[in-house]
Design a protein around this ligand. Sequence first.
Ligand code: HEC
Ligand code: HEC
Length: 332
Amino acid sequence: MNKTLLLGLVTLMNVSPVMANRLANEPIKPIQPFIITEPDKVELGKKLFFDPRLSRSGFISCNSCHNLSMGGSDNLPTSIGHNWQQGPINSPTVLNSSMNLAQFWDGRAADLQEQAAGPIANPMEMAFSHSLAIDVLRSIPQYVAEFNKIYGSDDITLDQVTNAIAVFEETLVTPNSRFDLWLNGNDNALTDTEIAGYQKFKQIGCVACHNGEAVGGSSFQRMGIMEPYQTDNPAEGRIAVTGKDADRFSFKVPTLRNVELTYPYFHDGAYWKLEDAVDVMARLQLGQQLEEQDIKNITAFLKTLTGDQPQFAIPQLPPSTPNTPIPVPFEN
Ligand code: HEC
Ligand code: HEC
């Protein structure tokens, strides 16, 4: 059989030998595009994600700290919350967050719906009470109609709000990164430098913690295994949830998907350069002092994990009415 014919057949079968091998053998798996089955809920959740009226100031939305134009993060060491308060910890990306084994750095929320109730009522974030946030939505007839159409009840509840937000967040996956194209059998998707970086990433053991679809997000691990991590940030990680001493300074392993967009790095946001984060990880987690060239190669590989960013029209939010509680942007 000639080569073209063979290639044609293989394409017809939609799986090349290289592709089948990589998909089966590599510790990182490609992200599948999300197929929307509840479009109305997604649209409602999108509005809520962008609506600053869920905050006391009327100014801070989920998107303020998880900016979907900036990799789903705020690119600040720690976030700015209500009344310009300094947040306690770095804002993780919301992209691909549905793949996490739990939400938050210490995993204190089981899933996206449980998580979404947190920031609205957090005095340092959106600083609202849940009932006031619901009052805002109840005062806007277009929201009332939309909730009614989707949830079939005359009232708006917190459960519905967090459900819609979570369903929207599930759509925020980033398929088709160059690395995924390579996993799917496209040899030209990566340069030699990037492949060398990936080989090193596997060889020295980064994949022990950063693996699977999200290249992270699947376990809690101690930060600073071979050497302690120096930081002024008081966060102690997973021990806050389990109370177990063994979990002190253990954090959810962050996803490395889109990591080139989600600087600065680590739970304290102390490192702005990806190269430096790679160097810290190799020394603290693996006891390896990497050569300059290896750091460059691994960094080049990590940048191939940037996938398609969410694409949609900016949601148009229904206007407030005379019954809508007035926002409090400045505290006396
Ligand atoms: C003032 C900034 C701020 C606002 C507003 C905010 N967040 Fe966050 N978000 C954070 C920070 C900081 C964390 C990490 C907190 C922690 O782990 O203790 C976080 C964590 C998360 C996580 C967990 C991600 C992960 O990998 O663990 C999700 C999901 C999330 N936020 C979604 C939302 C949604 C939905 C809203 C709106 C209802 C919202 N956030 C509003 C700053 C913010
Ligand atoms: C033992 C588990 C483990 C190993 C091995 C490991 N990491 Fe990590 N990685 C983590 C944890 C936990 C964090 C979060 C630490 C923190 O923020 O305090 C992290 C964070 C990171 C971050 C920052 C991501 C962000 O969004 O803040 C990068 C980049 C990273 N790792 C790359 C690597 C590389 C490259 C290697 C190999 C040299 C590696 N990691 C090896 C567990 C690990």
